[in-house]
Design a binder for this molecule. Sequence first.
Ligand SMILES: [Zn+2]
Length: 329
Amino acid sequence: MTTYYLHPIPLSCDFRDNSRMPISLETQMSRYLSPICSIFMAFLLLPGTAHAQQNFDKVEIKTEKLSPTTYVLFGAGGNIGVSAGEDALFIIDDQYAPVNPKILAALKQISDKPVKFVLNTHWHGDHTGGNEIMGKAGGLIVAHDNVRKRMSAEQFIALFKSKVAPSPKVALPVVTFSTDVTFHLNGDEVYGFHVPNAHTDGDTVVHFRKSNVIHMGDTFFSGMYPFIDGSSGGSPEGVIAAADRVLAIADDNTKIIPGHGPVSNKADLKNYRDMLAAVSVRVKALVREGKKVEEILAANPSAQFDEKWGKGFINPRGFIEMLVAIYSS
Ligand SMILES: [Zn+2]
């Protein structure tokens, strides 16, 4: 069987992981993607990696400063949070191996210090694909216990029908934790806490307490319907609970870094949380009534939200089918 490659969660569908996400042509991914993403996915499904490499070649890393010591890097894959200062570089997530040289160059513009710590918000390849390079360069990789467990064995993402190979040892988290962890560096207190069964079963939200910045990983897709990886232990209720936890500690000045999308604020997160709560409650009720997926789609439970939220990575149909799958399992 010919194998094709992609990563599960693009930011804008213009980049590919050619190393960690084998899928087969039987994939039904295009059904779930917004039209613009489908175009890129069709391109992606051409055999060969030259195209994928070319796409990575075009990736630009953009840096946004959020406080005197915190930054976010946008590139290909999950948004990278950075703490920089007198002690070391600390980064949250590391996107893909092919873009790592560009990430390191962008970090060099911020600080000459080496990357001492990498915290993975969860196991997906668009957040951990650079671990191998960061690990070999001496970065200490930290994550929730379940991130190491999932990266150590083959995984299957049901929504995309994609298998993910185990990661090499050097890419695995060296320090793992079950509930929370605090880093004291660069004059900040960087507090990472686990939010159970949200986007996956290994999500960490990171609060830069002194900088008033929060990185939510993929528990927050800003401005678009989220992907919730039910096959990795994720659940809509867990995502809503994670949002509630962040809403309880954020104020109106807090800068919130989503896993995908632009830097946002508390009001943006509240809108996202309320949208997800409204749609998931409706879908759950329809599934409990014994309705079939086509009947649920016909009932259009996300109609009022599609214009605003349905043009990102996952289209309205994909979002509803994902929720039906989660509530049917
Ligand atoms: Zn993810």
